[in-house]
Design a protein around this ligand. Sequence first.
Ligand code: MTE
Length: 322
Amino acid sequence: MRISRHKPEDCACIRPSEITAEATYLNRRDVLKAAVATGLITSASGSIQAANSQSLVTVKNPSFSVSDKPNAYDEITNYNNFYEFGTSKEDPAQHSGAFKPKPWSVKIGGECEVKGSFTLEDILKPHSLEERIYRFRCVEAWSMVIPWVGFPLKDLLGRFKPTSKAKYVAFKTIMRPSEMPGQRFHTLDWPYVEGLRMDEATHPLSLMAVGLYGKTLPNQNGAPLRLVVPWKYGFKNIKSIVEINFVEKQPPSSWNIANPDEYGFYSNVNPTVDHPRWSQARERRIGASAGLFNARQETLMFNGYEAQVASLYKDMDLRRNF
Ligand code: MTE
């Protein structure tokens, strides 16, 4: 396993010629499904993981979707950051086959009236699933467009009746080194943790995602339950969540613990505030849509969601609170 840090050079490792178009992928997926069904394939790889995903009943939500062309399923599921499975972009698809996202439960606690352990089925039951096409911007200066399936995080949090002391929400990823080979190395302080301020968590754009492209999440994308906060850099989007706590004080976040000078708590996409080692002014859209010359495009303030979220930060110095 290669131990590396977040750096933009990592992003240069995927070429348009390596990317499978969606139509080709769908064909391949049908072949894979048939092969899995007939027992021809038993080992797990990224694509087979994806073939094992189940279809979900979803309603498209155009008012929370962008019109940018989504990335192909193959791109979204084979170019990932999920350090529990290794540090390279290919590791999560290749090394997450043994991970079991079922059965699953999430522990709820802290400053709320309703606490306890809830199964995934309990969590999902009252919510109808929406498809929302969101821009995704990684801190490493690449981006994608992803058709997520999920429901507003606000609706889930409201069910636990947070008290007036709940100023932040803290999230934790599962700790399971037997199935997550990356957790056997100290690349980060395990388990992975993240946090949001309460008004960020309850913003209508914050999504509790359970699928993509109309199917349950593949392991490498954070099965069975992950956060998607589209105006923040990708690392705020914690995967495979097993614990949610309402807290009074700003909770720790894994990348901030690992390197506080480079990764702040807020991590809002901001083209005017550079990462100490590289500019954040431009981004490279992964995949065929990036074009022959791999053109970079300008990064938009709050990843293009400025009209919706700027008011959350109106009195804050965003250079200090990066
Ligand atoms: N969540 C956990 N538990 N572990 C991780 O290593 N990586 C983060 C975030 N969530 C990460 C995680 C980072 S750095 C990014 S960019 C996004 O997940 C990547 O999500 P994706 O692979 O679905 O695109």
